[in-house]
Design a protein around this ligand. Structure first.
Ligand SMILES: Nc1nc2c(ncn2[C@@H]2O[C@H](COP(=O)(O)OP(=O)(O)OP(=O)(O)O)[C@@H](O)[C@H]2O)c(=O)[nH]1
Ligand SMILES: [Mg+2]
Length: 386
């Protein structure tokens, strides 16, 4: 529905990022969140010029931040040639409309930005359908000037410039029809996927799961020598890749899939359920963590909560602390001691990039698969695969 690069155009557009701090989200936290938002913007080729964090007990119902602040921002944006405002939260349709009206700027919220990145990165037919469905669902209650603004940016004729209620109603109908069609197409693909998974035979299945950009694809490559897209970008991987592997006569299937992030738009989670089906049906979850990230503990929690939301529960989970090459020897030791003494969950410390402890990782995988195999397929001997 929305063309690629509609936000970006030919040159990177300049943006301000906007967040709110309060008792639940102290200033330092809000700042970290804004940094992540800046990384998301960068991934979408949008240049962050500055960010605003306003102290507010709760976001303003009408305009998210105070309207005085909005006016200040509008003036500054004119001075600095900024054309986009990005809010670190999902705005209500009314807030979106009001902010647009007050500032005359393109307004994106966190969800719209993530949807845009998914749109830029979607490669397979399935991922495209899923993203388009999520975008349409997001758009439906928000059909306002924002979308006509984007329409103009992508080189539309401009005839819809002052879209009246009647045109918006027509657009709504078109979008509803499109949603129905996309759902039907996706169901077809989902059924085919299910069939394919059924015919996979009796293998233990491992899923690499984790926050976005932690190194899941790098690890998949280190293990399987496959060629999965690795990038220092958020959401580089949107499709699930499944590989069959045999290590030490031990066969298993391993999958790499889309990463998680805090406040993942719920439409997206819903639409990516079929992509995540592989993880849902897995026997073992390798939860990959980026220890070089200052908020890695928060990220672990986000991933665990998302797994719960997706009802991916009661799996054997092993935490893989990745990127240990980025820590000093001291930091590494402190982390290992602290984690291993506090948590009884099994964990392993590696560097997928520098191939540190990959041998240990492979051994752990083999042992875990063997134990699971004996439990799941008691009548099928692994030696068959020698
Ligand atoms: N220093 C360091 N960097 C790593 C390591 N593993 C991966 N990276 C880097 O981290 C970035 C992200 O790696 P990916 O493998 O694409 O991460 P991902 O988890 O698959 O990310 P998404 O698919 O976007 O969710 C890349 O720039 C990698 O080179 C590591 O062990 N050490
Ligand atoms: Mg990846």
């Amino acid at each position: 529905m929305i063309e690629k690069n509609h936000i970006v155009g030919k040159e990177a557009q300049k943006a301000y990022l906007i967040g709110v701090a309060n008792r639940n989200t102290p200033y330092e936290k809000a700042k970290e969140y804004i940094e992540e938002l800046a990384f998301l913007a960068e991934t979408a080729d949008i240049r962050t010029i500055r960010s605003y964090i306003q102290n507010l007990d709760r976001p303003n119902r009408a305009t998210y931040i105070g309207s005085g602040k909005l006016i200040e921002i509008r003036t500054k944006a004119e001075e600095e040639g900024v054309s986009v405002l990005i809010f670190d939260d999902e705005l209500s349709p009314m807030q979106l409309r009001n902010i647009e009206k007050e500032t005359n700027l393109a307004v994106l919220d966190r969800s719209a930005l993530i949807l845009h990145i998914f749109d830029l990165h979607a490669q397979t037919a399935q991922a495209r359908l899923q993203v388009e469905l999520a975008q349409n669902q997001y758009m439906l209650p928000r059909l306002t000037r924002l979308w006509t603004h984007l329409e103009r940016q992508r080189g539309g004729t401009g005839t819809r410039g002052g879209a009246g209620e009647k045109e918006i109603e027509t657009d709504r109908r078109i979008i509803r029809d499109r949603i129905a069609l996309l759902k039907k197409e996706l169901e077809k693909i989902t059924r085919q996927d299910e069939e394919r998974r059924k015919n996979r035979g009796e293998f233990v299945r491992i899923a690499l799961i984790g926050y976005t950009n932690v190194g899941k694809s790098t690890l998949m490559n280190a293990l399987t020598k496959s060629d999965v897209l690795v990038e220092n970008k958020l959401f580089a991987t949107l499709d699930t890749t499944v590989r069959k592997m045999v290590i030490d006569f031990t066969p298993f299937l391993i999958s790499d899939t889309v990463g998680f992030i805090r406040k993942l738009p719920h439409h997206l989670v819903e639409c990516f359920k079929s992509t995540l089906a592989e993880a849902k049906e897995s026997d073992i979850i390798l939860h990959v963590v980026d220890v070089s990230h200052p908020q890695f503990l928060d990220q672990i929690k986000v991933v665990q909560d998302t797994l719960k939301d997706l009802k991916i529960e009661n799996k054997r989970e092993i935490i893989i602390f990745n990127k240990i090459d980025a820590l000093s020897a001291d930091e590494r030791e402190t982390l290992e001691t602290a984690w291993l003494s506090k948590e009884d969950a099994p964990a392993l410390f590696i560097s997928a990039l520098k191939r540190e402890n990959i041998e240990g990782f492979r051994n752990m995988v083999v042992d875990t698969v063997r134990a699971k195999h004996a439990e799941k397929f008691p009548n099928q001997k692994l030696e068959l695969y020698s």
